[in-house]
Structure formats: C-alpha cells, structure tokens
Ligand binder design. Structure first.
Ligand code: FES
Ligand SMILES: [Fe+2]
Length: 393
C-alpha cells in the first residue's frame, strides 16, 4: 500500500501544521502504529473504581491484543493477556464482572486471579515435561496507577508514569479526585480511524457547527487550546450556565460556572477525559484497524455527590455520549464521514490542514494548538526504528 511499501518512513506523513490523508487510510501505517506506538507507549486500560474488590475484572484491548484488567486476591491490580496458554482462546468473553478464577471455556484450564495456571483437567494425562508454572497467563510488562487511572505498557523501557504524564497531571488532578465512582459504562465501535477521536476530543471549533445543541446552549465561551507535551493536549474554558432546553436535556444545567470547571484532555495515545461542568467522562480508545475503532466510555461521579447530582451525571452517559447521545451521535457520524472522505485522493488535496492559530503551546480555544502537539508525538514515535523498540513480548 501507499508510502510504507515504497520505503517512505511513515513519520514523513506528518509535518507541523499538516497531516497526510494516508495516516488514516493506510493499513501499512496502522501496522506501524501498532508496533511503534501501541506496543511501546503507556496505554490507559481502566480505572480502579471499575475494580471494587478482589476478583473484579474488565476486559480491554491494548492495540490488537486482548487483556484482562483485574484485582487479585491481595487487592493488587494486574493486567494479563486474555489468551489461554493451551490453544490461545480468549479466557474471558468481552465484558466485566467478578470471578474466583478465570476458567477457559474450551477445555477448562483454570487460572488464578494472579494469572497462574491453577488446574488442568485430567492432569495425569500429561508427561513429566509438562510444567504448570510456565503456563500462566502472560502478564503485561508494566502497570502503573495515577489518580485511579490504570495504565499499562508492553515496554520495559516506558518511563515512570508521572514523567510520562508531565504537565497533563495538573489537569487530570482537577477532574479525578480520590472518591471517584463509576456510574455507568458503554462500548461502541465506529467505522473510522482512532486518531479522529483523538483530534475531536480537543477540537474547540467543531462544537459551534457540529453540535448545534451545545452551540445554542451557551456552554462554549473563551478559553485555550493547550499543547501539554508528550502528545498530551487539552482544551480549557470558562463554562457558562447552560441555557434553555438543550442544557437541561443534557443534564448540564449546573450552577457551577467557576473558571476551571470545563476541560477536555487527551493523554496520548488513547485516553479522553471530558470534564464539562457536572459531566465527568472517561474514554479509552482501542483501535481495531485503520478504518475501525472501539471506544469504551464511563460516566464518573464522586461518592460525596447528592442523589440528584448522581442521577444527573448517570443520565449524561446516554443523553450526551455514545451513538445515541446529543454530542456522541454527531461526532461518530463525522468520524465515518472523515474516513469515507479521506479515500478521495489527488496530489493537490492529499495534505490536510492543521495550521489554525499561532505556533506555541497555548492558543485560542478554537485553534489547533493541542492537536499539533499530539501529532508531534505521533511523528516522534513513528520515526523510531524497529531495532530501537523496547518491547518485552
Ligand atoms: S484453549 Fe483454553 S483450555 Fe483449551
Ligand atoms: Fe464533539
């Protein structure tokens, strides 16, 4: 396919202020992204509030690889490859729950919450060379917690999570206090590239045009688009009191209009954190193919919330997010329009424009300052040669 197979390094497909269409459409670029970004960087895989007790688990994907995120008997958070060491089946079907052990449905191999192979049916049919201790579920190399967010990396060389998050920590700290609870979750797929979600989360211009409900409710005002370093980026703005029926419909008719109540953050490559007034929404982006992406989204609240506030936050999950939400439906429609439209190719139009706003780390709310930061990181990671990778598996 395009460029890669003719020997062009994919990092040349991104320049400061413009992005080549093939970064969304090329299967070869997608494979390179798996190798150079998804199997090297820190990825968000969950939040500790999803794992309230020993045995709690959720299934996720890290790049193409299925994983189990669970709490073992000692309360420790573990991230295990969701692949039976017998013949490779996923041990857990997609979802969440609580288990005493993980039992593979195919032949009943049973794994402990720490991944160890605990039992095999008719053990005496195996010879002396069969070693259970070598057949546990493979553990992902690195796991780190920050403010309840669970990050994992396949790379032994990943820096400490605090260093990786850098300046973005300040914004995570504002949204994620120590008493977060999960009020509801949803997963959906769209027929488009994963980077459309990344771009959209910190796109301060589209709301006025694409989300007429938001545009008319007075939620957007002046603010900033921020490049937070390491590919992380955000929008921050002063929320104004939502006006009219649309604000009420979305459960955003808060009285809290302090300057630091509204922000959307991308932690490169796969975290979206949306904190708009009373709405706290966490998103985990999981790419499937160049033109297909799965998104996990959770409505978050605080244990100190009043019953009214809790109900309002919970209702936002379906009212605002996802395929049927007031904002989600618009965004997903546009992701699919972007994927379809990017198939149109001609030398004069192959480079897409990301030049809006001044250069630097802070621009106007509607500028493309933050997303240029994301692509700087993308370019740097994609330029790393295969030989330099620090993969453990
Ligand atoms: S594939 Fe899991 S027990 Fe056989
Ligand atoms: Fe949007």
């Amino acid at each position: 396919m395009e460029n890669l197979e003719t020997g062009i390094c994919p990092s040349t497909l991104v320049e400061d202020g413009r992005v080549h269409r093939s970064v969304y459409t090329s299967a070869a670029v997608f494979e390179a992204e798996l190798d150079r970004i998804w199997y090297r960087d820190w990825l968000l895989v969950g939040h500790v509030a999803e794992l309230p007790e020993p045995g709690s688990y959720v299934t996720r994907r890290m790049g193409r690889q299925p994983v189990i995120v669970c709490r073992d008997r000692d309360g420790r958070v573990r991230v295990l490859l969701n692949s039976c060491t017998h013949r490779g089946a996923t041990v857990l079907r997609p979802g969440y729950g609580r288990a005493r052990a993980f039992v593979c449905m195919y032949h009943g191999w049973t794994f402990g919450l720490d991944g160890r192979l605990a039992s095999v049916p008719m053990r005496d049919h195996y010879g002396p060379e069969f070693r259970e201790e070598a057949l546990g579920l493979k553990e992902v190399a690195r796991v780190a917690l920050y403010r309840g967010l669970i990050f994992a990396s396949f790379s032994d060389d990943a820096p400490p999570i605090e260093a990786h998050l850098g300046e973005a920590r300040r914004f995570v700290d504002m949204a994620l206090t120590d008493d977060i609870e999960v009020l509801g979750t949803m997963e959906y797929e769209y027929r488009g590239n994963w980077k459309f979600h990344m771009e959209n989360t910190i796109d301060g211009l589209h709301g006025i045009y694409l989300h007429r409900l938001f545009g008319n409710s007075g939620l957007l005002s002046s603010g900033n688009s921020l490049d937070l370093g390491n590919g992380h980026a955000g929008l921050m703005w002063r929320a104004e009191k939502a006006k009219g029926e649309s604000g009420r419909l979305m459960g955003l008719d808060t009285t809290d209009t302090s300057p630091d109540t509204s922000r959307t953050i991308v932690l490169f490559p796969n975290t979206g954190l949306v904190h708009i007034q009373d709405l706290i929404n966490l998103r985990i982006v999981m790419p499937i193919a160049a033109d297909r992406t799965r998104v996990f989204t959770a409505a978050l609240g605080r244990r100190s919330d009043t019953p009214e506030l809790r109900a309002r936050r919970a209702s936002q999950l379906s009212a605002v997010q996802g395929p049927a939400g007031a904002a989600g439906a618009d965004d997903i429609e546009v992701f699919e329009a972007l994927q379809e439209g990017c198939a149109a190719r001609a030398p004069e139009i192959d480079w897409l424009d990301f030049s809006r706003g001044e250069r630097g780390s802070s621009g106007d709310l509607t500028d493309e300052t933050g997303v240029r930061g994301c692509y700087r990181r993308w370019k740097a990671m994609m330029a790393v040669s295969q030989a330099d990778r620090g993969r453990s598996i």
